[in-house]
Design a protein around this ligand. Sequence first.
Ligand code: F6P
Length: 417
Amino acid sequence: MRRGKLLYAQSGGVTAVINATAAAVIETARAHGIKAYAARNGILGVLREELIDTSRETKSAIAALHHTPGGAFGSCRYKLKSPDQDPAEYARLIEVLRAHDIRWFLYNGGNDSADTALKLSQLGRRMNYDLHCIGVPKTVDNDLAVTDCCPGFGSVAKYTAVSVAEASLDVASMKDTSTKVFIMEVMGRHAGWIAAAAGLAGDGPDTAPHLILFPERDFDAKDFLKHVKATVERVGYCVVVASEGIRARDGSLLAEAGGKDAFGHSQLGGVAPRLVDLIKQHLGYKCHWALPDYLQRSARHLASATDLKQAQAVGKAAVEYALAGHNAVMPVIVRTRDQPYRWKLEPVALKRIANREKKLPKSFVRRDGYGITAAARRYLAPLIQGQAEVAWGRKGLPRSAKLRLQAVAAKLPIYTI
Ligand code: F6P
């Protein structure tokens, strides 16, 4: 065993494949003879000294993480203040890391989590504590800067495209005597990547989804209703995919579920029923709507094999970067070819990624604003390729990992947050 331990933690909204990254981290650390701990509930587990000894897990339990959705060690939305604003919090973090001889810290999350990993790396330098911090990419929103795509996105994209394609066949059967409009709301916050992925379900002007509402475009109710009506009159029915983050011209969100998280992000959700009300009131069509919500980011049964591979690769690379002495970097995915799809990983400085949000480029949105372009298809199509294997159990349900989650004995006084 080498001196020092590696600490891995999960942060932000979880995905269908984040545990595959965790498994890759733990397996790679083991292969290098490094003891790996995991923090319970992300950075909160570090502050609270709630650490899990992953060396107590069997090889097969860790292997089962490759096909288990959710975040096996618990996640969190918790924003560290700046070291000047809250020096005590930083002193505590270093105290916990020191107490357990943590020399490598891997934080698996999105842009807010990259900020946390960056702050910790700066803290190590300032406190003269030898610490290597690596951000590990993950987010269904696909909005991380620099990387070509984010682990977690390919799977939500596949789930979305497949669900829209299937539901559209249902509506098409009902359209003559019953439902005329089906609306599916998707996640993604202020970036329209997931909404765009729905576009993969269609392959011609009148195939579903007929209208996609992107958060990057102002929502204009009158224009939207005009398009719904025209589609129903032309095609017989209309399938709409709406991003949870769509806004009116004045910047106000169409729907908020209420409440804000530690980063000040409003909880979104509820756009689909709003749109249905609008359509019923003005056009009188019978509508159905779906809000897959957590279903879309936990649908491991329909995960993309490409996404799974990338989630595993970033976990392995993160450990290798850390052990090679990198600090304050993230393994990012670099696309080298669209077809056949080829990609590689490269370390990129966290300061180029932390707190930035990559929106859907204009060139990906069709000129009328309600669909995707050929360029978007070229980008999106490879990410949903392949069906990640599922471990089906005897009861007809997928088998998920059962971890012991053995706590590491605390060495410090209790810290309450
Ligand atoms: O950031 C990923 C994401 O799934 C967003 O698309 C969504 O708006 C948000 O998380 C929901 O967050 P939470 O699970 O904390 O409510």
